[in-house]
Design a protein around this ligand. Structure first.
Ligand SMILES: [Zn+2]
Length: 270
């Protein structure tokens, strides 16, 4: 499932192909993904020039010189391909630029989405309206997190996955950061001290930045024949390592809660 670093890597891969380029073809190939694709997407995007490709939480934003923003979410299985050979069954959107570059959005499970909003209305887009700060931005710091979790009795892990607290953090990164910061994922959010939150925020930024760097080097080091963007492999410290030994010698534990796995070390995290 694409997480924030995969979306950042995807956006970095789309940017050189799209930014500053006019779209000569915009072709949705079905009416809906998780929700309907805007019926006027083709008309509003065709002929427009892309001014900027950016990311917000786990959404990619393609802005045009007409003041529109196409917002994509990769859901569970979405991926972009650049200059694909043949179109495939699950290619749901096709773009062509004035340089005859082709881009397709493929999403077999269709949990992703495509939306089109005016740039002026971006902040009121439902997914963004009540969203917390970007985890890599300066507004996300120990003081903020201490305040945002004040009096909260929910486990810290659950709070970090809440989009109102911080935007776009996924399960893997939360497990890894809590391990790096030595904080037990089950600990009550409101009871964690400010210095520990400072350490946690540093760990979150570090684990995201290192994944983004790994994604960036996957873009630079090898261009796959079908130009698939955004997926790369990464070694995790605790995620997916149930039963293996932590550096301290204790076994890495796994706990499943509402279908979501938490990996942690009982000895190193308190
Ligand atoms: Zn340990």
């Amino acid at each position: 499932m694409p997480e924030l670093p995969e979306v950042e890597t995807t956006v970095a891969g789309l940017r050189p192909v799209l930014e500053g380029k006019r779209l000569t073809l915009v072709e949705p190939r079905r009416a809906d993904l998780r929700r309907p694709i805007p019926v006027d997407l083709r008309q509003r995007m065709t002929g427009a020039r892309v001014t900027q490709v950016t990311r917000r939480a786990k959404y990619g934003l393609i802005e045009t010189d007409r003041g529109d923003v196409m917002i994509f979410h990769l859901g569970m299985s979405g991926r972009w391909r650049i200059d694909p050979g043949e179109l495939e069954k699950h290619d749901h959107l096709l773009l062509e630029t004035e340089e005859n570059r082709r881009l397709v959005l493929n999403d077999p499970r269709r949990f992703g989405s495509l939306d089109l909003v005016r740039l002026d209305d971006l902040d009121s887009f439902p997914a963004f309206a009540a969203m917390g700060p970007e985890p890599l931005g300066d507004a996300f710091n120990g003081a903020y997190l201490k305040n945002a979790t004040k009096g909260r009795r929910a486990p810290v892990k659950q709070l970090l996955l809440d989009q109102h607290v911080v935007a776009g953090l996924g399960n893997i990164y939360v497990c890894e950061a809590l391990y790096m910061a030595g904080i037990d994922p089950r600990r009550m959010g409101g009871g964690i001290s400010r210095p520990r939150y400072d350490r946690l925020v540093s760990a979150i930024k570090k684990v995201l930045e290192s994944a983004i760097a790994a994604g960036g080097s996957s873009l630079r080091d090898f261009v796959k024949p079908d130009g698939e963007l955004g997926y790369f492999s990464k070694q995790w410290l605790v995620y997916g390592r149930e039963g293996e030994k932590c550096a301290c010698g204790a076994p890495i534990m796994r706990k499943v809660d509402s279908g979501r796995s938490t990996f942690y070390c009982e000895k190193c995290q308190s």
